[in-house]
Design a protein around this ligand. Structure first.
Ligand code: 5CA
Ligand code: ZN
Length: 409
């Protein structure tokens, strides 16, 4: 699949800082030390509805990770998937009486437009579940042949007990796992499973549903977790730097993915840090396609909201916080954008070097974007109140805000 066009990232004077970020698996901050090419996998959308503020907030967090790395003069190898075949997509297509392929294509196209408008850096590999199927089938066969997977009425399940490290990503107890498994696509109640938590690797073809050739597995379609593992291992290999997504993916998705990869390779861990963004809510409830309480990026854009203001609204919240989208959040962001643009519109201003360092330090400390915004606010206020004589300082601020925060002033 093709991704979307990259906006240019200006190079900044001075030295970027190494990222310290919260890792769900260890429960604390880790200082990442990627090689010359940092490797990141971020879970992509299930394209059955438009991009909402929750998605945008999560992708914003991982865009910042990349901007911090780019500022250290590293290259970034970024991989993202599209879950373009799965139960919720098929259910929505059936409900609306449309072709599931057309629905997925339409929503993926809109996602690309939203990401472009928000200046989110594109992945080098943007891979759909459907196109990954030829790579998924042999992995499932290998897991089965190694005794890490078993068949149940034609479906193939992964055995969580085959991984001694199972549970180490989310750190949850069995009861919490069981609850979340039922909520998030698992089937803990199905009789005949070795462990209620065991997730499906391959689902045998169902009447009226799309299916693909699965070689010795028979016709069917892939499970959700193996999709991301196959794509990540194919394009990044084991031991990549960050696996990212919203906090709703820590269990079961990233836990199961880590176990699949461990069982396949005998290696551990799949990712050096498991990074999770908080949930964005609307009217007191997590924004979700299934509940329908959504604010869409594309709708705001159509209404004439500047995408840079949307981006500032996201940046005003720490990525790990759960927060609520309100009209006031957007109004504050529009005001801030206006103040910043006015401040950089003059040829000279207060010195900018210290500000660049403050933004760098804030982002390197677990992506503290709100602190970075406050630092820019201070510079803009000083420009407004007293001005300054540093020639070119507004240009430096403008480039730093663009390069590190993805906001075009
Ligand atoms: N296709 C899978 C991942 S492989 C999936 O979870 N798709 S999704 O469309 O449901 O979500 C895409 C990304 O947005 C995931 O990282 C998810 O954790 C994140 N996300 C979904 N809802 C919210 C929300 N309300 N707030 C923050 N992030 C969210
Ligand atoms: Zn995923």
């Amino acid at each position: 699949m093709h991704a979307w066009p990259a906006s240019e990232v200006p190079a900044l004077p001075g030295q970027g800082r190494d990222l310290r970020i919260h890792d769900t698996a260890t429960g604390g901050l880790v200082t990442l030390a990627p090689g010359p090419v940092a490797r990141i996998y971020v879970c992509g959308i299930t394209p059955y509805d438009a991009t909402h503020m929750g998605h945008a907030a999560t992708y914003n967090a991982f865009d910042l990770v990349q901007r911090v790395w780019l500022d250290t003069k590293r290259q970034v190898h970024y991989v993202q998937n599209v879950t373009d075949v799965d139960d919720p997509l098929l259910e929505r297509a059936q409900r609306d009486d449309i072709d599931w392929v057309a629905l997925a294509e339409k929503e993926t196209a809109l996602f690309r437009e939203d990401m472009t408008a928000l200046r989110m850096l594109p992945p080098q590999h943007y891979i759909g579940a459907v196109e990954a199927i030829p790579g998924i089938v042999p992995l499932v066969e290998r897991l089965r042949d190694a005794g890490a997977a078993y068949e149940l009425e034609g479906d193939v399940y992964f055995s969580v007990e085959s991984d001694p490290h199972f549970g180490e990503v989310s750190g949850l107890d069995a009861a919490a796992m069981r609850l979340l498994s039922a909520e998030r696509g698992g089937d803990p109640e199905r009789p005949g499973k070795k462990n209620p938590l065991d997730p499906m690797l391959w689902m045998a073809a169902r009447e009226g549903e799309p299916s693909w050739d699965g070689a010795s597995l028979g016709r069917g379609r892939p499970g959700w977790h193996i999709e991301c593992v196959a794509i990540a291992l194919d394009h990044l290999g084991m031991g990549f730097d960050v696996q990212g997504g919203g906090s709703d993916l820590a269990f079961p998705h990233h836990e199961m993915g880590a176990s699949h990869a461990q069982a396949l390779t005998g290696d551990f861990p799949m990712a050096k840090a498991y990074v999770h963004a908080g949930m964005v809510a609307l009217d007191g409830e997590k924004m979700s396609k299934s509940k329908g309480n959504l604010v869409f990026v594309s709708k705001l854009r159509r209404e004439g909201v500047d995408p840079a203001a949307i981006r500032l609204a996201l940046l005003a919240h720490h990525y790990r916080a759960d927060w609520e989208w309100t009209d006031q959040v957007l109004r504050d962001a529009v005001d801030r954008l206006g103040r910043w643009r006015a401040a950089v519109s003059r040829p000279d201003g207060p010195p900018a070097e210290a500000l660049v360092e403050e933004i760098r330090e804030a982002l390197a400390s677990d992506l503290d974007a709100p602190a970075a915004l406050v630092a820019v606010d201070r510079w803009a206020a000083s420009q407004e109140e007293r001005g300054g004589t540093d020639e070119g300082a507004p240009g430096v601020v403008s480039r730093a805000v663009d390069a590190l925060l993805g906001v075009a002033l």
